[in-house]
Design a protein around this ligand. Structure first.
Ligand code: NAD
Length: 337
């Protein structure tokens, strides 16, 4: 009889597993055969988690951070108090305080628990404002982050934690750092004030379609530029980076830059409606931003494979369904009053 060898599964913790990217990462790592513990202060809102274990923990609290990483080999640190421009530009103190606590606690707990690999989710928001003052900016390469001048406290905290994660290699922890550039896709926040621009536009355009009213509001003149990376590409990049030997921060983003007006037009075309843009004042973030992917192609052979149109179609269809279900529920609640 052939002796059966029991393969010991690698155990991972994903913090922020109740959120958008963390939830997708749980599903991805399950397909790769990992034992996964999800950690968050809330459960995923739109779909049941596939994690082997899901712990409701507040990582600002030291004892809870220790529980989060106990007995695992790898940690993917995605937990953060975050949202779109509206949220980030008006909650500086809370964001800096909470995210610093989350990250200081999680990485130190991981060190004490002898975790081998540690992924930190940084952001394109670390890049200096003075390189992003025009709409047609040069794509941002990793070395552009210094000298530092991030626009908001959110970016300053990300930059500090990048340094923290990098220096934790002194303890033998293999830290990996990604700078995400506007990740989007289904199962992300689409209403309530923390949603990002692709989700907000999908909702506004779906609403315009359902109400037969073409007007949608845009913050600023809509000429500000960004690049948008689909979630499936993002999780593949996270995994490749985590398993690589590369210890410096790396861009994980799309390198096709579009204006906010163009983004709205693409979504309107997917929805099959004509829209009328109404420009109003509101937080716009930097004037232009794009990802330079030279380094991620070179060291990981990673590059985005899902086109903006293809990704937005999936995102739009999901949000239109969510919106219809939301409206129907409200109507039924009114009737039952
Ligand atoms: P998200 O808001 O959907 O997920 C973050 C999760 O962290 C949330 O579920 C939240 O409940 C959880 N969290 C907050 N405070 C916590 C606490 N005290 N203890 C435990 N959990 C806590 O955001 P996301 O889009 O999935 O982003 C994941 C990570 O990637 C974040 O660190 C974010 O800053 C970074 N990032 C995201 C983007 C993007 O475009 N989505 C861009 C740049 C960087």
């Amino acid at each position: 009889m052939v002796a059966r060898t029991k393969i010991k599964k690698t155990k991972v913790t994903i913090t922020g597993a109740g959120g958008f990217i963390g939830h997708h990462l749980v599903a991805f790592l399950k397909t790769k055969g990992y034992w996964v513990r999800g950690v968050d202060i809330k459960k995923p809102e739109y779909e049941k988690t596939t994690a082997d274990e899901f712990l409701l923990l507040d990582l600002r609290i030291w004892d809870q951070a220790k529980k989060a990483v106990q007995g695992v080999n790898h940690v993917y640190a995605l937990a953060a108090d975050m949202g779109g421009m509206g949220f980030i530009s008006s909650n500086h103190a809370m964001i800096l305080h909470d995210n610093a606590l989350i990250n200081l606690n999680t990485i130190e707990a991981a060190r004490l628990a002898s975790v081998e690999r540690y992924f930190y989710s940084s952001s394109a928001c670390v890049y200096p404002e003075f390189l992003q003052e025009k709409t047609n900016i040069a794509p941002l390469k990793e070395s552009d982050a210094l000298p530092a001048q991030p626009q908001d406290a959110y970016g300053w905290e990300k930059l500090l934690t990048e340094k923290l994660a990098f220096y934790y290699q002194e303890y033998g922890l293999k830290t990996r750092i990604a700078r995400f550039h506007n990740i989007f896709g289904p199962l992300g926040t689409w209403r309530g004030g923390r949603e990002k621009v692709p989700a907000a536009f999908c909702r506004k355009i779906a609403f315009a379609k359902l109400m037969d009213n073409p007007e949608i509001e845009i913050w600023g003149d809509g000429l500000q530029t960004r690049s948008f990376c689909y979630i499936d590409d993002c999780v593949k990049g996270i995994y490749k980076l985590m398993m690589s030997d590369y210890a410096q921060p790396l861009n994980i983003g799309q390198d096709r830059m579009v204006s906010i007006n163009q983004l709205a037009d693409i979504i309107a075309q997917i929805a099959g409606v004509d829209i009328k843009k109404k420009y109003i004042s509101g937080p716009q973030g930097v004037r232009g931003r794009n990802s330079d992917n030279t380094q991620s192609k070179k060291v990981l052979n990673w590059f985005p494979e899902v086109s903006l149109e293809e990704g937005l179609k999936k995102n739009y269809d999901w949000i239109e369904d969510q919106l219809i279900a939301f409206i129907e529920e409200r109507i039924s609640q009114q009737k039952n009053k």
